[in-house]
Design a protein around this ligand. Sequence first.
Ligand SMILES: *Cc1c(COP(=O)(O)O)cnc(C)c1O
Length: 361
Amino acid sequence: MTRPIPQPGIMDIALYQGGASHIDGVSNVLKLSSNENPNGPPQSAREAIVKAAQELHRYPSTDHIELRTAIAARFGLDANRIICGAGSDEIIAFLCQAYAGFGDEVIYTEHGFGMYKISARAAGATPVQVKERNRVVSTKAILDAVTDKTKLVFIANPANPTGTMVSQARIRDLIRDLPPHVILVLDGAYAEFADDYDGGAAFVEKNDNVVMTRTFSKLYGLGGLRVGWGYGSQAVIDVLNRIRGPFNLSGPALAGALAAIEDTHFAQKAKADNAKWRAWLAEALAELGVPSDVSKANFILARFASAEEAEACDEFMKSKGVIVRRVAGYGLPYCLRITVGDEAGCRRVAHVIGQFKEGTS
Ligand SMILES: *Cc1c(COP(=O)(O)O)cnc(C)c1O
């Protein structure tokens, strides 16, 4: 008797570890582990979702034209070359499924986001990890790893969990030197938090083998709604649409995202609040002897003297009801990733880390 056998690669996938959200026996928990907007979703999106509940018996739009048009108008893009997904995670999965299979290689970097490896394996391809330089993506290491089998390269800019960015000049040179059969994916999940940054849209306009992914989960505070999108050449988007389920986004998801993208006031305020408290938190922790790289995202990567100290601080914070993210699985055992909260959240986490440092010094 034989039992059902999954496709090659599937059993090599380690389950994605999400940010914890509760601590047994502790109330008033502060969750800073998943890079969520501390102020929640826009009121405009909540109202649109409630209204959309009246139409739940209807199937949603299959082409997402209204949302794509609004996104295009907001960022000055071509709506025909936008594809929407159930989170940008789904766009990452479409790219791997469509372009990488058995025997193909997918490049991601040392501290790169976990979904690249998972989606590459799910497609049967081989994930290839390349080194970073001091927690910054190295485009040289990426080029050195490219082979005839390489199909996709994933770079998050700003990156998660480091918060660092690769310069536009480096990305431009990488695109110039990449073989044209390789797709470069610029993951812009945190693009809105960086100043004067288009997420890579200009590179997409000039290069048929560059794709940008974006999301409503971070700046827009809609991680629970599952809406993301991709922008690429017409040829690539046409390919991805063939494997996209016709109803991959629900009616409420489309309505909520549409309201959010039109709520430019919400976006401006979320960005400004984040920048202010990100700088405050980084400085407060630095004064406590916990440095971090300059972050361009909505979290900071706090660096400790050792993995032991990082773990001890994490345990101490947990005992005080503060949940942050351990990133040992991202090759950063001596770090903790801390989402930028609201003012009260930032003050609380700095206070608790201060208590920890006092207790150990
Ligand atoms: C959060 C995140 C995403 C995915 O977010 P979705 O909720 O699936 O849109 C993609 N890339 C990076 C680097 C992220 O941190």
